[in-house]
Design a protein. Sequence first.
Length: 179
Amino acid sequence: MYVLVPFLMLLAMADPGAALAAGDALPHLDGEYLTGEGARIPEDALGKVTLLVMGFSYGSRKVVEEWKTAFDQGAAGAPKVGSMELMMIGPSNRLNRLYVLEGMKHGTTKSDLRSVVVVFGPVEEWRSRVNYQALSEAYAVLIDRRGVVRGLYHGNPRGDGRSSVERAVRLAKQLSRQP
């Protein structure tokens, strides 16, 4: 009991939106795939190295898609490597949920419906976690097979973020070869 009380006190003081760093376990995130199924991250990604590319505005969607495409092309052929788009909508849009989901489906191929997750939740916490700076940028988190953060990236893959995509691909390939 004496050990449990200090542990619970520390847990209560922990900042829920503290910045992520390599070696951290990725905090749990609930969302919805464009297929309509519930999404649980990182649980749904366990077993493969996954790049989670986040966007926090409608204007970031194209950059998020470009990040995912560039990463997928670079990591093509690597065993157990994948990626997901996470569109961070926020709780204020819950009433428009069907409208948002239907609108996003129209711009997504059927084969990608299960790799796009819409999050109607803790946007502010996640902005802090990925060191959010600009609406038009994509924020990417590379997790290993156990859901542990291995890399954090941001930017535009056609500009300043190109080298970040290349670093993410190299690390993902390296991690995919580990037992």
